[in-house]
Design a protein around this ligand. Structure first.
Ligand SMILES: *Cc1c(COP(=O)(O)O)cnc(C)c1O
Length: 484
């Protein structure tokens, strides 16, 4: 029996045994990814082996051209779709997907505005030199200090999430004698999860105002002289593939939007983000152009039915901008066949990172794919589970993937589509230092966020003797084992 057929029943139903376990499934890799003649993975013109030697593993690699191209493509798609109905579109990059000053510069350079949702994220966007007027500020529990900072900085719009926040903001703008543009976050009752969406009358979650509660909040905002309500905001979820959920939500929001026009103009309708990307061969996200047209058409239709003007549209993609641009490089440390019930074997491949650099599998059972990056192999594919080095059995990087059966310690492993929500959700569990982020462009590899050191990890511990020479020196932890 071949290794592949042995694992047939332990594999999830969506995972096919590949003809070639070295092949790069196009939709999950950056456009620049390919195999060099000797089999080494190339990204942005760089051999994965060179990157690992220069910067160590684990390593987050970000293809700058890919980020910029997706930013342009998304902006063009929404502008064109809104333009078909005589409206404009603004695209905010949802910073929480991956926020660093460099990434803010890339996306603003390409014409995007930026969305932040805490004082920390606001600080990064401002440190990058982003125009405050082109920042949006979200969040269900912005503190008075965060709101003060946003108003003081001149943030373009603040998305109000609760009655408490209306009063907080009212007090701030009154004290400062300024006018602040705001949107009201509405919970449309539509909640989308990956391939599916749910529509309920009252969705029970923490964000925004229900359709029932929104009119009173709008009336209150309009009473406050220093608050200028520019429109409604709605975000229905993340990693959404089709247009159905967006269309259902748009229809509900436009209905509310129409009833509010009696009390004043609402020039903007912000429909949030959530546009899905491919993480594995099984994912088939709708192209952004198609989504944009589907959503803009739905809004236009709903406006026409009600005889109201089409508002300008705003969107907040995060994952769709950066997801595919990122790859994580790991070194395989150990491999282990584990005998399962029924005589099956699962091959565990342990890498030098894990849930500290990619929390998504542990947090939401997210699926990823993987390839050996340092070589190709003719060995038969075997079903593997790629796991990290943390002390949790849920420390999974790739739950199920076929890799060449000779995958072994010392191999470099690349996990694609890690540009979104990996760096930003990273942690230092087990005192594993967070990897550096290296950006690739024009034949240059640049560290845009440096890797954490053991000194960084110990720096906040008040019990450590920080006098030079007082503490055991640690070897450079990220050096590849062949070179040490
Ligand atoms: C997370 C979030 C986004 C971005 O979601 P993606 O799935 O990354 O596109 C946009 N808007 C709001 C309000 C969010 O919370």
């Amino acid at each position: 029996m071949s290794a592949a057929s042995q694992s047939a029943t332990t594999a999830p139903s969506w995972l096919r045994v590949p003809d070639d376990a070295n092949a790069l499934v196009e939709k999950v890799w950056p456009v620049s990814a390919s195999r060099r003649d000797d089999g080494v993975l190339l990204v942005g013109g760089f051999p994965a082996t060179t990157l690992a030697d220069r910067f160590g593993t684990p390593l987050w690699v970000l293809d700058e051209d890919e980020v910029r191209a997706q930013a342009r493509r998304t902006l063009d798609a929404f502008r064109a779709a809104a333009g078909l109905h005589g409206a404009q579109a603004r695209v905010y990059y949802a910073g929480k997907a991956f926020l660093s000053t460099e990434v803010v510069r890339w996306v603003t350079d390409e014409g995007l505005a930026v969305d932040v949702c805490t004082g920390g994220e606001l600080a990064v966007a401002l440190a990058a030199g982003a125009d405050p007027a082109r920042l949006g500020f979200h969040g269900n529990n912005k503190s008075v200090a965060e709101l003060e900072a946003a108003v003081a900085a001149g943030v373009g719009s603040i998305v109000i999430d609760s009655p408490v926040e209306i009063e907080r903001l009212a007090a701030i703008v009154e004290r400062r004698g300024v006018t602040q543009s705001v949107l009201l976050r509405v919970n449309s009752g539509v909640h989308a999860e990956t391939h599916d969406f749910l529509a309920t009358a009252h969705e029970d979650q923490k964000f925004g105002f229900t359709l029932t509660d929104a009119p009173a909040a709008v009336a209150r905002i309009r009473e406050v002289g220093g608050l200028s309500l520019v429109g409604l905001h709605c975000h229905i979820g993340s990693q959404i593939f089709g247009t159905t959920g967006f269309q259902e939500s748009a229809s509900r929001i436009v209905e509310l939007h129409a009833t509010l026009l009696d009390g004043g103009a609402l020039p903007v309708l912000n429909l949030g983000g959530g546009f899905g990307i491919a993480y594995t061969s099984a994912d088939d996200p709708t192209p952004i152009e198609e989504l944009a047209i589907g959503i803009a058409d739905a809004v236009a239709r709903e406006c026409e039915v009600r005889g109201i003007p089409m508002p300008n549209l705003a969107f907040e993609p995060g994952r769709a901008i950066v997801g595919r641009a990122g790859i994580t490089l790991y070194e395989v440390g150990t491999t282990k066949p584990v005998s399962l019930d029924g005589g099956e074997t699962r091959h565990y491949v342990s890498v030098d990172g894990g849930m500290s650099d990619n929390a998504r599998p542990a947090l939401y059972g997210a699926d990823y794919s993987a390839r050996i990056a340092s070589r190709t192999s003719d060995a038969d594919p075997v079903l593997v589970r790629v796991v990290g080095k943390h002390c949790e059995s849920g420390d999974i990087v790739v739950d199920a993937e076929y890799l060449p059966g000779d995958v072994a310690p010392g191999d470099l492993l690349a996990v694609p589509a890690t540009g979104a929500y990996c760096f930003s959700l990273a942690n230092t569990y087990n005192y594993v230092p967070r990897p550096p982020v290296v950006a690739l462009r024009g034949g240059e590899a640049r560290v845009i966020v440096r890797g954490e050191t053991i000194d960084d990890l110990l720096a906040r511990d008040a019990g450590v003797d920080h006098t030079p020479g007082k503490r055991m020196d640690m070897p450079a932890l990220s050096e590849r084992s062949e070179t040490t």
